[in-house]
Design a protein. Structure first.
Lengths: 95, 558, 206
């Protein structure tokens, strides 16, 4: 039996809506960063990227509809990665 | 030991009489050694997707790599037996310690226990017929062989053998004229082998446990392999990309680590150690898992603190990601980073210590059976503690300033890697030998081999602690005259250790071919691999068992 | 794949195992690129102005187009997983083919982008780049390395989807056995996510 848990088939319309959202966010990110934000530019750009990625993970990659274990694994991996960057910057920010 | 005739030893005498009448073929009938497919001979092995055969393929390749690297180590000790040039010049010495490191780390210790005993035993211990992706498993071995060949080819091409040390530090690694590309690409390929093995084991453990074996009925060696597999999966890609960047530096001058182009060599060190520190947990976690299997069996007592060991395993795996900077205290990091890394390093020592307490408590009031696997496990405790405690000296900022890049470091990591992983490996091979080969080895010789090896080991490495504190640098082919005396002692220890190795390996190889037939469960182990014939049949279990007992329950085993 | 004897008794196919395996592989890819993101952040941190200026050399329109295209292709391949379950075989084939086509267009765009840079002498190791100074050298080193590695993954993704397409066409992948399509889609989404981060970090910081 392939998928005993998953009876829910995501309708096409959901995907279309998500795409439109993603394209809007992309356009917004270009707009926002066209202003002189200085140091905030990176944060703004990364924020948009993060929101877009979350949408892709949850909907396109099915984390919202799958068993929790997948979302937990993804979160742990991302957390470890972010911590590694933060710790690396304990060196560079304070030199 | 003499007066302690257990039922095991009495049975063995009659086995000995029987064994001479039995032929080589008898053991193999019905076992996984029998060829079922269209191939015969060596082809049947190198195309096999049977986890047991793959485990043995790794055993033979890894042992070969180990012997090669050990000989290189011996050559280094011969060079260091006297100041000045003894048998090689500086350039040759640099090449030797580089190859010794690359081979030992990437070809022996990192694959080591998971590839050999993980492959062979994991499915057996969880009641499965194979791993989740058997063809991927074979592919992992093929990658190992390819990576090994590519890395070793670096010894023979025009530029000369790599001389950077196994750590390939920038900027020298992209400025040196020696053959860095094959060495680095070989390591990259080997990394893939490691990643895929980790991936395979994670899925195997999640999906293929026998009915009734929930997570907290699973024995500790599979648990250790689980933690290890996550590190293999998540840490190795970072060194993969770092090695690719070194290639980029050499070929394209991308400049990330090149101070002349605005890059930062310390960034290389960060990236390298972000993998290579967790890598040492890839090495030690399975070793700890082996000890957690051996000690309860030979104390005939459940492991003390089963859950605590599991929690410690996972803590080591996780916290181990965040301590890498302790390899870089003198590299020029900020003081914030220095303090943070030192603090985290002390934190990660705690779960290891918890395990040591649990192991010792397992032995307390146990019914100890003195057999070779037990000797290895007990001596593991000794060398692991010394390795671990000296690690704290290195983890502490003030003391590390004094001993960084000296022989002290070399002594520390050989105690903990060679001592920790090495002793656990020997313990594992002496423990599971009867199951794998269906025969028993000579226990007298095994014990003599162990004593000789242990004596050689301590003689070889202990003086290095002192030499390091007194200021003898590492990775130098020469040293000041005041270091001569203890270097002689140390090099002599290497010879004793080699003698011990020779005895051990000879005993095992001989016994695999003509030792007395072993019974199914010679040690009275309580885990599932001891319930099936030795050697196991191709499909492991006639029927997948349903697990009801807690792990390490010896109440029903006589 | 080389295989000799049927190693172990083949139990029924475990789709969940296959899917977990694919996610685990995705984690390794995330960390592979993660290493490059670490390098990017550190180097950017020490060369803020140079990066800001160097980024102006990049064509935002081309970058945004490629972003839009990849997002669209992510939608089409996601939809294909629903389509196969609905039993809409033809639509599934169209969706997968569209995804592949968009991937190829992306590569063509990349080719043009790179050609433009190389024509202007902006490539790793070039004399022009050495002359411009460290920030620019590093920016373009990172640019080519990261987009290059990403392009390799697009090629891999296109190949995987090509294989999946063939299996859907032959019926080996169908409504009750489609985990390989799911896994191919997951890989494609990964390639998309990487670009979602690459785009702002290289194109939107000018």
């Amino acid at each position: 039996m392939s998928h005993p848990e998953k009876n829910h088939i995501v309708p096409y319309s959901t995907y279309v809506i998500i795409l439109l959202t993603l394209l809007t966010l992309t356009a917004l990110s270009i707009l926002v960063t066209s202003y002189e934000l200085g140091p905030l530019a990176v944060s703004a750009a990364l924020l948009f990227a993060t929101v877009k990625t979350t949408l892709v993970l949850l909907f396109f990659m099915h984390l919202k509809f799958d068993q929790r274990i997948y979302a937990i694994m993804v979160s742990v991996v991302l957390l470890v990665f972010i911590l590694v960057i933060v710790i690396t910057f304990l060196d560079y920010s304070f030199r | 030991m003499a007066g302690n005739k257990t039922f095991i030893q009495e049975k063995e005498t009659s086995d000995l009489i029987n064994s001479h009448a039995l032929t080589y073929m008898t053991i193999h009938q019905g076992s996984f050694y029998e060829n079922h497919g269209k191939y015969k001979g060596i082809m049947a092995w190198i195309t096999s997707t049977d986890h047991k055969r793959i485990g043995l393929l790794y055993l033979y390749s890894i042992t070969s790599a180990f012997v090669l690297a050990a000989i290189l180590g011996l050559l280094m000790k011969l060079e260091l037996i006297a100041p000045g040039k003894t048998i090689m010049d500086a350039r040759a010495y640099n090449g030797v310690f580089t190859l010794h490191g690359i081979t030992m780390i990437f070809l022996v210790v990192i694959p080591g226990l998971p590839a050999v005993f993980g492959n062979f035993m994991l499915p057996l211990m969880i009641g499965a017929r194979d791993v989740a992706f058997p063809r991927l498993n074979l592919f992992s071995w093929w990658l190992y062989v390819l990576g090994a060949l590519v890395a070793i080819s670096s010894q023979f091409m025009g530029g000369g053998p790599p001389d950077t040390g196994w750590t390939f530090y920038a900027p020298y690694s992209f400025r040196t004229g020696t053959n860095m590309l094959p060495a680095v690409m070989g390591a990259f390929i080997l990394g893939f082998s490691s990643i895929l093995t980790g991936l395979n084991f994670i899925v195997t453990i999640h999906r293929m446990r026998a009915p009734g074996m929930n997570w907290f009925k699973m024995p500790l060696f599979p648990w250790a392999l689980y933690g290890t597999a996550w590190i293999q999966l998540l840490a190795t890609p970072i060194v993969g990309i770092t090695l690719l960047m070194v290639v980029g530096e050499r070929l394209l001058h991308i400049g990330f680590f090149d101070p002349a182009l605005g890059g930062d060599p310390v960034l290389y060190q960060h990236l390298f150690w972000i993998y290579s520190h967790p890598a040492v947990y890839i090495m030690i976690l399975p070793a700890m898992g082996v000890i957690s299997e051996i000690l309860p069996t030979f104390a005939r007592k459940p492991i003390f603190g089963y859950k605590a060991i599991i929690v410690s395993t996972m803590l080591i795996a996780i916290v181990g990601y965040f301590v890498w900077g302790h390899h870089m205290y003198t590299a020029g990091m900020s003081s914030t980073a220095l303090i943070a890394f030192s603090f985290l390093t002390f934190l990660v020592a705690i779960p290891s210590a918890i395990k040591v307490f649990n192991w010792i408590s397992t032995l307390y009031k146990g019914s100890i059976h003195l057999e070779p696997p037990f000797y290895w496990a007990a001596s593991f405790l000794f060398v692991f503690m010394i390795g671990g405690l000296t690690g704290l000296i290195l983890g502490s900022l003030a003391t590390d300033m004094h001993v960084h890049d000296t022989a002290f470091v070399v002594a520390h990591f050989h105690y903990i890697i060679f001592g920790g992983v090495g002793f656990a490996f020997f313990g594992a091979i002496h423990y599971w030998f009867p199951k794998i080969f269906g025969r028993m080895y000579d226990k007298g010789w095994a014990t003599i081999g162990w004593i000789t090896f242990f004596a050689g080991f301590v003689t070889l490495y202990t003086p290095m602690f002192y030499l390091g504190i007194m200021g003898m640098p590492r990775r130098y082919f020469d040293y000041l005259p005041q270091f001569h005396g203890w270097n002689i002692v140390s090099s002599f220890g290497a010879l004793i250790l080699f003698a011990g190795l020779a005895i051990i390996i000879t005993n095992l190889v001989r016994s695999a071919r003509m030792g007395p037939i072993a019974e199914t469960n010679p040690w009275g182990g309580s885990t599932l691999e001891w319930t099936i014939p030795s050697p196991p049949p191709l499909e492991n279990f006639k029927e997948i068992p349903t697990v009801t007992r807690k792990p390490y329950d010896y109440s029903e085993i006589s | 794949m080389i295989m000799s004897q049927p190693a172990a008794h083949t139990e029924h196919f475990d789709a969940t195992a296959s899917k977990i395996g694919m996610w685990l592989f995705i984690f390794t890819e995330l960390l592979l690129f993660g290493g490059l993101f670490i390098v990017y952040s550190v180097i950017r941190f020490s060369h803020q102005t140079a990066f800001h200026l160097a980024a102006e050399e990049l064509d935002v329109v081309l970058g945004a187009t490629n972003t839009g295209l990849l997002l669209l292709s992510s939608m089409t391949i996601a939809m294909s997983v629903s389509a196969i379950q609905f039993g809409h075989k033809r639509f599934t084939l169209i969706l997968i083919s569209t995804t592949i086509l968009i991937g190829l267009i992306f590569l063509v765009n990349k080719y043009f982008e790179w050609s433009l840079k190389i024509e202007h002498g902006l490539y790793p190791g070039s004399a022009t780049l050495q002359g411009l100074g460290n920030g620019d050298t590093l920016f373009f080193g990172l640019y080519f390395f990261m987009t290059g590695l990403h392009a390799l993954h697009i090629i891999a993704g296109v190949s995987i989807l090509g294989w999946v397409l063939a299996r859907v066409a032959s019926g080996k992948i169908h409504g009750t056995h489609f985990v390989h399509l799911e896994n191919g889609a997951l890989y494609w989404h990964l390639v998309d996510v990487i670009w979602i981060f690459l785009f702002p970090l290289f194109y939107l910081i000018s």
